[in-house]
Design a protein around this ligand. Structure first.
Ligand SMILES: Nc1ncnc2c1ncn2[C@@H]1O[C@H](COP(=O)(O)OP(=O)(O)OP(=O)(O)O)[C@@H](O)[C@H]1O
Ligand SMILES: [Mg+2]
Length: 262
């Protein structure tokens, strides 16, 4: 049986525009797989197909060999968590509560009854609180547990969003442009964090990273898939991708276009 997530010959069209064309890729357990490509290459569309926001016109997906028809609200139950571009945190909840909210699929009754202060939920809520605090601690931000997300620097908020995704104990984590808006130091720390996710003793998870930032992708991924105009133009290790002429052409072409526009 084929373990992990697999996309088979995915095609997506928006009207006359082909956003994805015959895209196949795999994210095996324990791997960090990156998807890169110039603007408009189809990265976000691919992410949205895996999350169930976009239904492909052709092709199929599978998870551990079983057919997968993703629906956004069912993802965590399947062991798949995601962060979105931007942080999407609940402004009215503390950092800790945000992370507890991320675990609701495994402790739904506990969190909801705690939220509405129903009787008999104390023990569940304590367990959930402990779990969320452990994750914050793992990510080095336990000191911000009681803060309102809006009062924190962007890099910390990004980490809270990651903690919230991890609270569901996913086997696969989908990250959409996690380096967006981060400085170099923050990116280096994020890279370290992503590298460790599949290697953790408890609840290790594979990662699919959709990212513009080449250096980050090169430094954390076991395998990289390069998209250009919706097609896979190269797949390989970071070293193989760095040396692939097709990749240089795609990025150089994009850079020249941007210069022309600017
Ligand atoms: N909902 C939509 N309706 C119509 N066209 C769309 C839609 N979403 C994306 N597209 C088009 O599909 C193509 C792929 O877009 P996508 O957003 O997936 O690229 P991307 O690789 O994420 O780009 P970027 O690096 O700029 O984020 C683009 O030409 C885009 O204009
Ligand atoms: Mg995008």
């Amino acid at each position: 049986m084929e373990q992990g997530l697999a996309l088979h010959h995915i095609g997506v069209r928006f009207g006359g525009l082909t956003a994805l064309d015959d895209v196949s890729l795999r994210v095996p357990p324990g791997a960090v797989v990156g998807v890169i490509g110039p603007n408009g290459a189809g990265k976000t569309t691919l992410f949205n197909v895996i999350c169930g926001f976009v239904v492909p016109d052709s092709g199929s997906l599978s998870l551990d060999g079983a057919p997968l028809r993703p629906r956004p609200h069912r993802l965590t139950r399947l062991g798949v968590a995601r962060t979105l571009q931007g942080t999407g945190l609940f402004a009215g909840l503390t950092v800790l509560e945000n992370v507890m909210a991320g675990a609701t699929c495994t402790a739904r009754a506990g969190f909801l009854s705690a939220l509405f202060a129903l009787p008999g939920s104390d023990r569940d809520e304590r367990r959930l609180r402990r779990h969320a605090l452990d994750i914050l601690d793992d990510l080095g931000i336990a000191g911000h547990a009681d803060a309102a997300p809006g009062t924190l620097p962007f890099a910390v908020r990004q980490r809270v969003a990651l903690a919230r995704a991890l609270a569901a104990r996913p086997r696969l984590l989908l990250l959409d442009e996690p380096a967006g808006g981060l400085g170099d130091t923050d990116i280096a720390e994020l890279a370290e964090l992503i590298r460790q996710l599949p290697r953790r003793d408890t609840h290790p998870c594979a990662v699919l990273l959709v990212e513009h930032h080449m250096d980050l992708v090169m430094s954390v991924c076991d395998e990289i898939v390069v998209l250009d105009f919706g097609r896979v133009i190269a797949t390989g290790t970071p070293d193989e991708i760095r040396d692939a002429p097709a990749v240089a052409d795609a990025y150089l072409g994009a850079a020249v276009d941007e210069e022309t526009v600017a």
